[in-house]
Design a protein around this ligand. Structure first.
Ligand SMILES: [Zn+2]
Length: 489
């Protein structure tokens, strides 16, 4: 017996030494994925550029599910024509859907695959219920206390106007790119991009044009992005989640009278189903884009976090548990299920026999709409409950774009050149962007908006009091200018 205890102790000590040894080696061997860049002289951006941005913000280019009002989009095109005369006269306008815009800037070397810079001109409607909470008119365009105010400053006129401003500057300087650059600005991204980006992508495909890389909105430079990291992190979206909506319907033989309610009611059953889905979330995993994110982030973290992330063979369970706690981290590691609509009942003293709930799923790359549906069926597993896919606004998750491509590396370099003291990491976009329509014309699709925000400012996107600092906007112009030059050498 004594000998057995002695032996077990020895095994335990040896195992501990091995774990500590391997853990230490793995931590020490983490190498930084950041690249060295030389500082570039910041481009001087005058106040005129701010005034031109303000003018674009004032134009009500709202996306509407019902008939779109085309006049604001035509006015925006006229404003661009007036404000960016070099772009208007020197770049080639390509066939595009009526309210969208596509420009071609021919490069000197037609042998190089072109790049595509994207943005969208439409903005989301102002929620009537929150109108009173705005501290300024939603389409103000005013510049106050170092901020440009109004809907579209963050999403996504910063990209469209920033790109045009940068191109205008380069054209004024007489610059001609080596590589052809295209700009594509859809007009209905906020309602799915069906008539804008999707048709533009189809046109490129028909022309046989494929891109070295594509950059669209999606991620940004985030301050205090995660614990253990002090610098802001420039997140480049290398993939985006899929989207599907299902109706979960409970149908019972009969409802019954509310004076003698049975144990099981349709509303009760539906409620239990929703709880069941919450209690049995999709499996969490750190792979694909999330794994790439941690591979880039871990070497830059403070020691305790470094140890945690470098030794995922040991710490995976703890890590997934921690990540599952916050809603944004949770969305990075699993397919999420959000109940968004619930319907049922019509009279206070009648038990309904049919009730339904709508659940919106955001699907992790690697899974599909079909596999997600199969998971819901497995968890719910009840003949009285049907699961039907209802939205035509659905999309499987995107492919994962590589990080060893010219596109990723050029965007990374440009972020490091234009944002002081940042680190760069690939990431997963949990929402959808127009770029998802372009998977057949490029394998290298990246999602990054050149702006630096604190987490607390993220709610302004699609929310109230949308605004951007003047400094942020100026930097966006510098970023796009530098990106064009870096891409088109
Ligand atoms: Zn957007």
């Amino acid at each position: 017996m004594k000998r057995l205890i002695w032996l077990l102790r020895r095994i335990f000590v040896i195992a501990l030494v091995i774990i500590i040894g391997v853990g230490t080696i793995r931590t020490v061997r983490l190498t930084s994925r950041q690249v060295a860049t030389e500082a570039v002289q910041p481009v001087n951006v005058g106040d005129d550029a701010i005034r031109r941005f303000s003018q674009a913000i004032k134009i009500p280019t709202f996306s509407k599910e019902s008939k779109m009002d085309s006049l604001p989009f035509r006015n925006l095109a006229l404003l661009f024509k007036k404000n960016y005369p070099h772009v208007d006269s020197l770049l080639e306008k390509q066939p595009a859907p009526p309210l969208s815009m596509v420009f071609k800037w021919p490069g000197k070397n037609p042998g190089l695959a072109p790049v595509l810079l994207m943005g969208h001109t439409d903005i989301v409607l102002i929620d009537e219920k929150t109108k009173a909470d705005w501290q300024f008119p939603p389409l103000s365009g005013a510049v106050e206390n170092g901020y440009i105010l109004g809907r579209g400053t963050l999403d996504d006129k910063i990209a469209v106007v920033g790109i045009l401003e940068a191109a205008e500057m380069l054209l004024q300087e007489g610059y001609t790119p080596n590589r052809t650059i295209y700009f594509a600005f859809g007009h209905d991204e906020e309602i799915g991009g069906e008539n804008g980006a999707k048709k533009i992508a189809g046109w490129f495909e028909n022309q046989g044009i494929t891109f070295e890389y594509i950059i669209d909105e999606g991620m940004l430079v985030l301050e205090k992005a995660m614990p253990g990291i002090t610098q802001p992190v420039g997140l480049i979206g290398i993939a985006e989640k899929g989207y599907a909506t299902f109706q979960i319907e409970v149908k019972l033989e009969e409802g019954g009278h509310s004076s003698m309610p049975p144990k099981e009611t349709a509303i009760g059953l539906l409620s239990e189903t929703i709880i069941k889905l919450r209690e049995n979330p999709f499996p969490a995993k750190v792979d694909g884009a999330a794994q790439e994110l941690f591979d880039y982030i871990a070497p830059e973290m403070s020691l305790p976090y470094k140890v945690l992330f470098a030794n995922r063979w040991l710490t995976n369970g703890i890590l997934l548990k921690q990540l599952s706690k916050g809603s944004s981290a949770n969305a990075m590691i699993r397919t999420t299920v959000a109940p968004t609509i619930i319907e049922g009942g019509f009279q206070e003293n009648v038990l309904p026999s049919q009730v339904s709930a709508t659940v919106n799923l955001r699907i992790l790359p690697g899974e599909t709409i079909q596999s997600a549906k199969a998971y819901l069926e497995k968890i719910i597993n009840d003949d009285r409950i049907s699961i039907t896919q209802i939205s035509d606004f659905s999309e499987d998750p995107s492919a994962i774009s590589p990080t060893n491509s010219f596109g990723f590396q050029t965007i990374q370099k440009t972020i490091l050149e234009t944002f002081p003291d940042v680190i760069v990491a690939p990431s997963l976009v949990v929402a959808g962007t127009d770029s998802r329509h372009f998977s057949r014309v490029s394998k290298n699709i990246y999602r990054f908006l050149p702006m630096q925000l604190a987490k607390s400012d993220l709610s302004r996107i699609h929310g109230i009091n949308e605004r951007i600092s003047v400094e942020n906007y100026k930097r966006a112009i510098r970023f796009y200018k530098q990106l064009m030059v870096n891409s088109a050498k």
